[in-house]
Design a protein around this ligand. Structure first.
Ligand code: 13P
Length: 257
């Protein structure tokens, strides 16, 4: 973290979990705890159907609501899809783009991720762009090349003045939902390479203002060490974001750095 130049973001990715009542209750419980999070932004990326209830429950609090996906076209014949304009109209502030589960299950390519990023920015949303390598890539020592390319492609056509609304999340695929976490050093190494890519593309000043998160089995016991790294500016949290107690403890860890 580096609070001088950029904000810390603790974002929950609920994936396909929690029903409407559970979402309301979660936010009700989190409210007083989130109010104390002076040094970090708190985001909950909820399933599409839970967005209206979550936005309503989070009104007037520090909690921002995010979506987990979007379509790149503003409207049209795209059965089953949701546009960025619809998300913005519903009160959504952030949208996860290119999560590895979507890259895997829905064949999302870097080029598609790029189209979605541009659309999100156009509609005033804040994209959280996910990048990360498989275990095989790490073993073959191509992690940094892969991540560099993912970031570069995702940002194609993004203007300098739009960059401040972009967040990047490094999520090594082998660490997602597996209980294996990248070490703090591994996370910081990749995050600092991501920042170097941003520096090359947009200059040092713009690059140092971008929050770069880590995701992959972040939990109450490892959050403090990960967040203490200079280039780890927060977390994108799956499993540990489903219970108010564990999510609140991670917010607390961010707040105490
Ligand atoms: P876990 O925290 O459950 O490993 O999930 C991480 C993730 O995919 C967040 O987007």
């Amino acid at each position: 973290m580096n609070l001088r130049y950029r904000k810390t973001i603790i974002a929950g990715n609920w994936k396909m979990n929690l029903n409407e009542e559970e979402a309301r209750q979660f936010i009700r419980q989190l409210k007083p705890l989130a109010a104390e999070a002076r040094w970090c932004d708190v985001v909950l990326c909820v399933p599409f159907l839970q967005i209206p209830a979550a936005v309503k429950a989070a009104r007037g609090t520090k909690i921002a609501i995010g979506a987990q996906n979007c379509h790149y076209e503003p409207k049209g014949a795209y059965t089953g899809e949701i546009s960025c304009g619809m998300l913005a109209e519903a009160g959504v502030k952030y949208v996860i783009i290119g999560h590895s589960e979507r890259r895997r299950d829905s064949n999302e390519s870097d080029a598609l991720v790029n189209k979605k990023v541009l659309a999100a920015l156009q509609f005033g949303l804040r994209p959280i762009i996910c990048v990360g390598e498989t275990l095989e890539m790490r073993d073959n020592d191509v992690t940094l090349d892969v991540v560099r390319m993912q970031v570069k492609t995702a940002l194609r056509g993004v203007m300098l003045e739009q960059l401040r609304r972009v967040t990047i999340a490094y999520e090594p695929i082998w660490a997602i939902g597996t209980g294996y976490t990248a070490t703090a050093q591994q996370a910081n190494e990749v995050n600092s390479v991501i920042r170097q890519v941003l520096r090359d593309l947009y200059g040092a000043r713009a690059a140092r203002a971008v929050s770069i998160l880590y995701g992959g089995s972040m939990n109450v016991s490892n959050a403090r060490e990960l967040l203490a790294q200079p280039d780890v500016d927060g977390g994108l949290i799956g499993g540990a974001s489903l219970k108010t107690e564990s999510f609140a403890k991670i917010i607390e860890a961010a707040n105490q750095q």
